[in-house]
Design a protein around this ligand. Structure first.
Ligand SMILES: C[S@@+](CC[C@H](N)C(=O)[O-])C[C@H]1O[C@@H](n2cnc3c(N)ncnc32)[C@H](O)[C@@H]1O
Length: 283
């Protein structure tokens, strides 16, 4: 079992050095009561193509290349470098090539991995929504374009970005979500100074899973990054199958999940992303 740290206070010390992770493993399985959490260091295609009609809900946040390619600023600076803030380690992971062919192959693999009653939630920035969003309709029945309102503004040279999109779609038999009273704008604070670049709040994935899953359902995230979706699945008493091509994602997720299961605390997200006093639809 890897060494699990209970906090990440001193960010000047290399997080990965501190973890002393075992780089020889490519797959880890955790058991928690009746549920099973399985994560792999794997390309999204190898993971999805090994699953056939067995996933209830896909929740995922791919690393699109489009935004970085289209938003080159000033002297070659690129928005969204996928580096840890203040780190000299360089890029932590590569982007997923968001050509129509590659994205189409990804969507087809998601459709085959999902049960006919399956639901899928795919996160997209504004650029990917324009270039790839329409393609999702060729593979799924798109029901909603959900807006994630991040509460605080981010970067931008024109209007500054404060939101992202989440496409919600059903597979063949159009299963409903849990209630008809959920809104399509979700307000959760973004994670500041995250250990993993692009780390999303667990609450985003909790919202998706709460709306679409019952206890014991199987949730899959083929671009799991730091494992926020895994923590959300555990909180919703669901099984989880996750993958990521990057070594750092695999090791960080492994430690985050192990620590969450052993100690009940989330080592990467100490504070809730909820807004004080605002009611959340799963409460
Ligand atoms: C935007 S991040 C996901 C962040 C995650 N939602 C979180 O909260 O930490 C996208 C992830 O996709 C991974 N990735 C990029 N190309 C991939 C591929 N072909 N297959 C699997 N994972 C890939 C990257 O390593 C990165 O961790």
């Amino acid at each position: 079992m890897p060494i699990v740290r209970d906090s990440i206070k001193d960010k000047s010390v290399s997080f990965l050095e501190e973890l002393k992770f075992d780089t020889t493993l490519d797959k880890r399985i955790f058991r928690h009561g009746q549920t099973k959490i399985s994560i792999e260091k794997k390309d999204c295609f190898s993971l999805l193509e090994s699953l056939n009609n067995e996933i209830d809900v896909i929740v995922t946040d791919p690393a699109y290349s489009g935004m970085n390619n289209k938003l080159k600023l000033g002297k070659g600076r690129i928005v969204g470098k996928y580096e840890r803030r203040g780190s000299s380690e360089g890029k932590w992971f590569g982007e997923f090539e968001d050509s129509v062919e590659n994205y189409g192959r990804f969507l087809a693999a998601c459709r085959d991995a999902l049960k006919d009653s399956g639901h899928i939630y795919i996160m997209l920035d504004s650029f990917s929504l324009l270039s790839l969003g329409g393609l999702i309709r060729e593979y799924f029945d798109v029901k909603n374009v959900i807006v994630w309102d991040k509460v605080n503004m981010g970067m931008g040279h024109y209007f500054r970005r404060k939101h992202e999109f989440i496409i919600f779609a059903t597979n063949k038999n159009n299963r409903k979500i849990k209630h008809r009273s959920f809104p399509d704008v979700w307000r959760f604070k973004r994670i500041h100074n995250s250990v993993y670049p692009t780390q999303k709040p667990v609450e985003i994935f909790q919202a998706m899973i709460y709306a679409s899953a019952e206890n014991g359902f199987t949730v899959c995230d083929p671009f799991m990054g730091s494992g926020s979706s895994a923590v959300a699945a555990i909180k919703n008493k669901c099984n989880f199958i996750g993958g990521d091509i990057a070594e750092k994602a695999f090791s960080i997720s492994s430690h985050r999940i192990a620590s969450y299961l052993e100690m009940g605390g989330d080592i990467l997200q100490k504070k809730s992303a909820n807004i004080d006093g605002e009611k959340i639809f799963w409460e």
